[in-house]
Design a protein around this ligand. Structure first.
Ligand code: SF4
Length: 343
């Protein structure tokens, strides 16, 4: 077999081993399903995405349903997945699709790429899988597989490394089954050419793999070290009055923008965060009710929630009292949804 036969071999493997996933069920493939699943998969593991995807499609069966919904409803459906800007962008993109394309995802890859929140990867995935366009979809999995197959030693987190691999992907994607090819790479990266200990003995591409031949598969891909996460102590208050709880809406820009949270103060030390919370609410913290360590991409919150009474709670439109029932319906900022579940 020739070196450039590997895409055919990969497709034959995929025909037998493809993963059954809820977003792969529609025939022909529904571009809306591909889009939403790909954005969700950027957030978490495939298994964790399945229930979110099914619940989302039940709530918003079409792109027009997303476009017609309130932003708060969209954020609520996204709750628990993190990175809420992605949900906001889905909402904005759905409105563009409803207004400019009659509620149907455009077919042209450039038009897909121009939608809010859609980058090269998602545009490539939607265009190839749903519409059969010859477009690569290069994400972390695909970078890893190509870096190993071709023994690419460039750093895949730098643009030169990504460019080099995108070029290889453009050169190798077959014109007759581009969507299957992209999904086959995703499946190979998820099941066989996995990050730490690639399963080369079970790999259909072993005969073509340069890294395996050189015995350097564990060293690839090359990635620069990420910045360390910053750690914060987060003191939170459970302030209840007549069956309602005091919450604060986060600012419209930045992390967890516009989402509701229990009153919270962040500081490097626990004592400092408690003092800042007492100052914010004009009261003293009471019994410790709940603790949680929540890990975001770039920071960690060590959260402690206290019962608290306050004489002069802050007011203004970003401070509101909610019943328990309402707490289940509003968009809550990340781990604050976990806190809401115990009050
Ligand atoms: S042979 Fe090993 S390193 Fe190469 S593609 Fe297959 S699993 Fe990855």
């Amino acid at each position: 077999m020739e070196r450039n036969d590997w895409p055919r071999v990969l497709l034959a493997w995929f025909d037998v081993n493809r993963r059954d996933l809820p977003w792969r069920e529609s025939k022909p493939r529904n571009p809306y399903h591909v889009w939403i699943s790909e954005i969700m998969l950027q957030q978490t593991r495939t298994e964790a995405v399945k229930p979110y995807f099914s619940a989302w499609m039940e709530r918003f069966p079409t792109i027009s349903d997303v476009a017609a919904a309130d932003e708060a409803e969209v954020l609520h459906a996204w709750q628990g997945l993190g990175y809420y800007s992605r949900a906001r962008n889905i909402h904005k993109a759905a409105q563009v699709i409803a207004e400019q394309y009659g509620g149907v995802m455009p077919r042209d890859p450039e038009a897909i790429r121009a939608l809010p929140g859609i980058g090269d990867y998602t545009a490539g995935a939607v265009a190839s899988i749903a519409y059969g366009e010859k477009r690569p979809a290069v994400d972390g999995n695909v970078l890893r597989v190509y870096a190993r197959l071709y023994a690419v030693r460039e750093d895949i987190l730098k643009s030169a490394g990504r460019k080099c691999i995108t070029k290889l992907a453009e050169e190798t994607i077959p014109g007759d089954r581009p969507g299957d090819f992209n999904e086959a790479l995703m499946d190979l990266g998820a099941e066989v050419c996995i990050p730490k200990h690639p399963r080369c003995a079970a790999c259909p591409l072993r005969a073509f793999c340069e890294a395996s031949r050189l015995g350097i598969e564990a060293e690839l891909p090359v990635r620069t070290k990420k910045k360390p996460q910053t750690e914060w102590q987060a003191a939170c208050a459970i302030v209840e009055r007549d069956g309602r709880f005091l919450l604060h809406r986060r600012p419209p820009k930045g992390m967890l923008a516009n989402m509701w949270e229990f009153p919270m103060a962040l500081a490097p030390e626990a004592e400092e965060s408690r003092t800042a919370l007492e100052k914010l609410l004009g009261g003293r913290v009471g019994e410790l009710r709940w603790t949680l360590t929540h890990v975001f991409t770039h920071r960690i919150w060590h959260m402690r929630a206290y019962d608290m009474e306050t004489a002069g709670a802050p007011s203004g439109e970003d401070w509101r009292w909610f019943t328990r029932e309402e707490l289940r319906q509003i968009p809550l900022a990340g781990p604050h949804a976990r806190l809401a579940a115990i009050v």
